[in-house]
Ligand binder design. Sequence first.
Ligand code: COA
Length: 155
Amino acid sequence: MPHQIRLATPTDAARLAQLRHDFRAGQGAASEDARAFVERCTTWMASHLAPGGGWRCWVAELDQHIVGTTWLHLIDKLPNPQDQAERHGYVSNVYVVPELRGRGIGAALLSACLAACRADGCDAVVLWPTNQSRSLYARHGFAVHDDLMELRPVS
Ligand SMILES: CC(C)(COP(=O)(O)OP(=O)(O)OC[C@H]1O[C@@H](n2cnc3c(N)ncnc32)[C@H](O)[C@@H]1OP(=O)(O)O)[C@@H](O)C(=O)NCCC(=O)NCCS
């Protein structure tokens, strides 16, 4: 059965929090207890997916089970007298469960998210890629630019 892409709702928060944990804990040792993290993250996601919560999330479902996610937050820009869109898109947490990777689910999630960025009129869409995901983003038009500066850590 092919996967389905849909917008997440607050009722998806517990599953999304588990996937968030799997993603980040898979990248390096977690300093927070898994159960405590998933509980905290479920609360955060439920409130941020509610109307006015500021975030949207697309999920990929297979047999009505969420197997992938992509999150989007729009960042307001200051008003600009030039003909330029007044918000940026920040994409985060692009994730597909390991056993279903390489079948185009990540690309479908990203396409849905970028379609919303276009529909909402974004100036730029930014993200921090992992090394292995760079080719996925490049195929969707992302490039490394030299006009963005980042301060990290902020201390
Ligand atoms: C990135 C990810 C969501 C792609 O999902 P997917 O369904 O496999 O994606 P698609 O089948 O549409 O495209 C495959 C692309 O995924 C990327 N990819 C493959 N394995 C990957 C891995 N272990 N980690 C990250 N990206 C990977 C590559 O860009 C690949 O393209 P390529 O064939 O040119 O190398 C998925 O690999 C994943 O969840 N990785 C771990 C989390 C992660 O690194 N997310 C990116 C955060 S910025």
